[in-house]
Design a binder for this molecule. Sequence first.
Ligand SMILES: [Zn+2]
Ligand SMILES: [Zn+2]
Length: 581
Amino acid sequence: VGARLTRAVDASPAEWSPVPGTSGVELHSLINKPSLLTSNAFLLRTPLELIVIDPGASDEQKDKINQILMAELNDQARPVLIMLTHCHHDHSCHVGNIAPNAPIVMRLAHAVAVDAFRRQDLALTIASLYATTKICDAHFDVALFSSDARSGSLFVDVSRGTRLAADPAAPVAGAERQTLRLSTGDELEFYHTPGHSPDHLCMRLGRLLFVGDLPFASNPGLAGLAGWDATGLAQSVADMSRLIGKSDIEICHTGHGRSVPPAAMLQILARVQQECSSLGDIAEMSKPRVAMLKAHALELLDVAGDLFAVIAGRMLSTAHRLELLEEVEYAERFRAAIDADAVEDALDDLRRFCRDLRADALPELSTVLKCVQVMQRLEQALTAAGEVAGASLTGRSARLVGDFFNAVRGLRITNTVDTVDANELANNAVRTLRARPSLDVAAHLTAGGEDEFRQSLARRLAFVDVLRNAEVELVPLEGRATAMADSQRISDVLIDALELIAASGARHISIRTRRNEHQLEIELRSPDFSPRSAIDERRRRVYQRVLAIGGSSLRDIDDQAIVLQLGPIEPLPIQSATRID
Ligand SMILES: [Zn+2]
Ligand SMILES: [Zn+2]
């Protein structure tokens, strides 16, 4: 697994390039495909020192770094400085295994990181999310931004010409700053930028800015890690945006994935900033929560994948029919919009990832992050599909994806519980499935209405009457049939189940609404087809989760029927005391 995922280590190595804005510092980047297995690593060299920023956590990368350092040290012995943007396991795991034969090795990190390693803190280093309990236990020589350093008394003479000095008087761009003077006279600046983690640092050298994990700090699955803090993050992002905006930074090197030019980084940071304000009190990404999300994600992707296959199928057959109607150009636009191949690739990628997944190698959080990635692609495809594939189908899929993102973020899903009428829900479900979109002929006749007409034509062509072979009978509850529930999510499940049962060949389906003690129920029954075999285990669990959002549940499923239990029957209006005259 490790080999497959880290193979992307930059294939054009051995390239040292000058750091712009310095007198002779050179950079060698080791860039990986984004993953929790390891961070990127950056090596800096001058004639008198070697620097490693974030050694990472993959053996392959560690070996590569040591190989490069060995060649350099053979050439000329120099001290090696190892420093961290933050203490997370994916950045710090190999700190103690770098440059074992160097004459002098010095390690630097924020004081909070140094303390976390000393205490072997599994939470703050996020090592608890990995199958390992191995935390970096290397000795750190310098604790940046410690109380000593803040008062300006810290002074470390690393070697001839390399000096670390506290610089409390000169915060730049708002963030606390310390500088390390290199032998070349260039200053490596450390900015304290908490939020992603309390010890997070950005580093600037010449016209390079190392931003660590700051750009990913609001991502679903990463927001809420131990030590995560929305207020600190918003401040750090504002500070670094100001720094980038005001200075001559040429490129931003990130903790994961490709390096980013300053203009694009400003956009990314603006998004992080915006997301911070809506993420005030999200749930912590604890180990049990990650395990729960992983199970949730895999179930959901299965169902979302199925729904997407149906949508893509309808879109492609619609494109084909449009061609037959000589709407070739529109058909082409249509195909391009859905990009079914890209989504299929993403799903394939995920399946491979899950198949290769071994408990000892991969942190569960990476499965969640991978699912987030695939879901984001599904979401894009859904947006492209628009309502052409049927508003009900795309709406349902979009809600599944949206609920998943909320679950990952730990946000409570907007409470949509209201008074619902079970008879009406059942009725509408059937109506929705049978509603053949009408053709907007009037648009065809008005000037400029061509596109609207084509759209209505496409909607009409994409329509599939899934109930065409089934006789559906409604058996409504007499009298009051209202309960407190989330009507949208109940009808999503109802429509999905109806579709599946009908598509499995049921000829007769009855929908019954009834009262069971204080609850309302909707039952789908088919004498000639088993709902249990039409609706598999994973989908049932997804139904459970979807229904649970609004306080409803999947009460029962067997070979004849599936029963949804709605919330409690809406309380009858309180009778005013009967007055006897
Ligand atoms: Zn990271
Ligand atoms: Zn991190």
